[in-house]
Design a protein around this ligand. Structure first.
Ligand code: GDG
Length: 505
């Protein structure tokens, strides 16, 4: 597939790479990065003669690997298991360049600016009465952390583009790298470049939280791209409006284009998706089948129903209000107590950020209170598990009667799409109207309004009591939608747009 799509070398940039190195008693270990992004991009890159995936050192051992190899360049093969190839690879291999940056600068880049500031602004998480409080140290962290680390990664990208004669397709990923495209464009004017943003893009007013000098640099940084990609038309429109209002540049809101000097920058939307074949294979594995049988026995015995949620412990996922809504459902429908269980699989995330640690504590307290109120015959209604266990998550997807996604805001939300592919119980998606996936799957779901506990309780009731034929029809249609618009489509659409821009069609 890829050879016919690409006439140029490919340079990718993401914060987390396709694999991570670690160390145990047997020595160095290597594991594959999780998620659809790695499957999609790794699958594409492996088929290209000339490509490189630039990424950050995510562990001590990554940094050690980077130091052992010239310019942090290693060749890896993903099959049958991820491993580094010495010398000429026999068969398809991924070229990876691991960039190690100064630890203090990286801490400011990642732990101060990317998360939480940019993440919080883009998900609308600040209360604003007393947060954020931007101080001198945040200004310094922007320069010596976010900007400095962006420059280091941009230099690595420029280096790789120049090594390929100055002309390449460049794919930048996410909110960590808003300043990279402009730098790359200046050094390598012949690149064709898409910067894809995986999280929501809020309205111009939300960006006014940041000082003008900083928000303008972020926007001009992004405008070094040919295409700025989002999951939905709404985010793309917000981006163009932000540029119009905050930079005063001429834009076309129908065409979603921006004029920057003699260049045209396009905002586009490419809804990310999942790899259905890979998911089917996980869902059919012995481990998942065994987990699913256990869950069935434990939660769905005697006609009991099971609500599931799977999220990182990120405040944007709105887990607390989700539980409050479930508590309200049991208050208002006592006949459901003991008849419906709620399995919440939460993966601890960014626990070093204060807001995240505080949020996890609150989740625990809310669950304890609801469980104390509604335990019946020794059964607690909510089973909260703080685990990182993808096979268990897939087993829960398979057997759930309702999947709850109650995010305050979420770029896409892949969990909803994964459930649509593997669920075997004609489960109902209960989907926040503020997640990107709602644009595609909302018509097959019950919609949640993530700030309204009462509405969410009523929607859960509707989902749990929906007639079987209705449930069947909706889940079938959702599954078909996701299988048709899969992650390969997400990537191919971006590449097709770049090919057109590069004049190949
Ligand atoms: C960002 C945006 C956007 C679940 N349990 C485990 C595990 N998972 C997998 C899920 C799913 C992924 O993690 C989570 O993806 P989401 O899309 O739900 O959310 P974010 O992590 O916030 O992702 C989001 C996405 O980027 C892609 O653009 O959709 O809006 O916020 O695939 O199945 N993975 C592992 N262990 C588990 O226990 N490793």
């Amino acid at each position: 597939m890829a050879e016919t799509l690409f006439d140029l070398p490919l340079v990718l940039l993401s914060n987390r790479g396709p694999l991570t190195f670690d160390r145990d008693s047997s020595g160095r270990t290597v594991s594959r990065g999780s998620g659809g992004l790695v499957s999609a991009l790794a699958g594409l890159a492996e088929h290209l003669d000339d490509h490189v995936w630039v990424c950050g050192a995510a562990s001590e051992e990554d940094a050690a690997v980077a130091r052992e190899n010239t310019d942090g360049r290693v060749a890896v093969q993903m099959h049958p298991f991820p491993h580094v190839v010495e010398g000429d690879p026999d068969g398809p291999a991924l070229r990876v360049r691991i960039v190690e940056t100064d630890p203090a600068a990286y801490a400011d880049f990642y732990g101060v600016w990317s998360n939480p500031i940019l993440w919080f602004i883009q998900h609308g998480l600040y209360g604003r009465t007393l947060s954020p409080v931007l101080t001198q140290s945040d200004h310094t962290a922007f320069e010596s952390g976010y900007a400095a680390v962006n420059l280091a990664y941009a230099d690595a990208v420029v280096d790789e583009v120049r090594a390929r004669g100055g002309k390449a397709v460049v794919l930048l990923q996410d909110y960590h790298f808003y300043l990279v495209a402009e730098h790359v464009r200046r050094q390598c004017p012949d690149v064709v470049l898409t910067h894809f943003i995986h999280i929501p893009w809020p309205s111009a007013d939300d960006w006014r939280i940041l000082p003008p000098a900083i928000r303008e640099r972020l926007l001009y940084g992004l405008l070094g791209s040919d295409v700025v990609g989002f999951h939905t038309r709404r985010y793309a429109t917000h981006f163009v409006q932000s540029v119009q209002e905050l930079l005063g540049l001429p834009v076309d809101l129908d065409e979603l284009t921006i004029t920057v000097g003699d260049r045209t920058v396009r905002a586009r939307y490419y809804p990310i998706s999942v790899d259905p074949a890979a998911l089917d294979s996980v869902a059919g594995s012995a481990e998942v089948v065994e987990y699913a049988a256990t869950l069935e026995q434990f939660f769905r015995d005697e006609g009991r129903q099971l609500v599931v949620r799977v999220d990182r412990t990120d405040p944007s996922k709105n887990v607390v209000r989700g539980f409050l809504a479930f508590g309200a459902l049991l208050d208002q429908h006592p006949e459901l107590v003991g008849r419906v269980g709620f399995l919440a699989l939460l993966q601890p995330s960014r626990t070093d950020v204060t807001e995240y640690a505080d949020y996890i504590a609150l989740v625990g307290a809310v669950v304890a209170e609801i469980n104390a109120r509604h335990t019946k015959d020794g059964r607690q209604p909510i089973d909260l598990r703080m685990v990182e266990d993808f096979p268990l998550a897939v087993a829960a997807y398979k057997v759930c009667d309702v999947l709850m996604v109650s995010a305050i805001a979420d770029g896409m939300n892949l969990v909803a799409k994964e459930v649509a592919v593997v669920n075997q119980r004609d489960g109902v998606l209960a989907l926040s109207e503020n997640v990107g996936a709602h644009e595609e799957l909302g018509e097959f779901a019950v919609t949640l309004h993530p700030f309204d506990i009462q509405q969410m309780a009523e929607a859960l009731y509707e989902a749990l009591t929906m007639p079987a034929p209705d449930r069947h029809r909706r889940m079938q249609a959702a599954g078909e939608q996701v299988r048709t618009y899969d992650v390969a489509r997400w990537l191919n659409d971006q590449i097709d747009d770049l090919r057109r821009l590069a004049g190949f069609v």
